[in-house]
Design a protein. Sequence first.
Length: 298
Amino acid sequence: MDDREWLAERFETDRPRLRAVAYRMLGSITDAEDAVQDTWERVNRAGSDDVENLSGWLTTILARVCLNMLRARNVRREDSLEVYVPDPIVRPEGELLPEDEALLADSVGLALQVVLDTLTPAERLAFVLHDMFDLPFDEISTMVGRTPGATRQLATRARRRLKGADLSDLERDVARQRAVVDAFFAAGRAGDFDALVAVLHPDVVLRADFSPGRPRRSAVVRGATAVARQARFGAQTRAEVHPALVNGAAGAVITIRGKPFSVLAFGIAGGYITEIDAIGDQERVARVTADFLGSAGA
């Protein structure tokens, strides 16, 4: 085996971890795969001579690729960031794959990715690499061009943001999540406004992302009464609700006449829905649900 073959083999061994880092950094499977591929191209051109810690070196290159992508993305969508819902991983219930488990470690559904999207690129990199993948601040500091102490502060600010989002209170038992989500859809289909309000937390937030191309449709709605008025998912006679795991938590894919229409992710705490993240960009919905709907036969 020559050096290039050895490097390619080692990269493939590290690929699942690199993909997981990139997904946490970018919130998009497509972007994560692009970042990993970009990393491979850079590594392949440079070679690995004199590299003592290959995994660490690969992570450093990937992190810089992701950081550049995040900075470019934030400039492009600065005005629409509040209503942007990250790409979810959609799977049939009970069918998380081993590679999904690497991507979704420590996840509480899509809520974590939504909060990560509120961080600055440098804060996100510091938090993801240190708190989620155990890299030391000395290594991370070189990636963001700051001192280790300043890098530590980036992660601290990120933790404060996540703590303020109350992710620790979210229900992690999928069966209990599903019971609440089913009650939500049953009330919606029945047109029972009071039952909808009853399953929603008073401070529930609905984030509906219909893509930058349809900014008037995208919105953030707050409060149980206001969200219940918007909750017509599945109420149409042609719509079909497909229970799904969305980033490992109970969610749903909506189809109309067999065609993908929307993806819904839920945050649940204390038996109430506290957050609904909906993707209504049908091109993106078709992409993220392709495997799911194929396996479901929809």
